[in-house]
Design a binder for this molecule. Sequence first.
Ligand SMILES: [Zn+2]
Length: 103
Amino acid sequence: MSGVALFSCRACGHVWQFRRAMCPACAATDIAVVEAKGGGTVWSATSVHRAPTPDLDVAGGYGIALVTLDEGPRIMARAPTDLVIGERVTVRAENGLPTIFRA
Ligand SMILES: [Zn+2]
């Protein structure tokens, strides 16, 4: 399992990333916590070369990407710096943050 938490509406099946009191699709309040299976497709990717904090200041920069998970939500995650849009990847929580690995 990926360790990436998602939320699912028991009324309509809509799935999203961040906790909400009600479903953003149908306003139902019967919400389940589910774990992303980890599969996804790169929607956008970039490299960051000016770190906002010292812990992110690594030689060669670091990657950030938006990944559309197989469950539907598009999430931001740490990534390799050379991902290609459309590439199949695996996402799992590492040090509490969604992180992308090559599938
Ligand atoms: Zn719903």
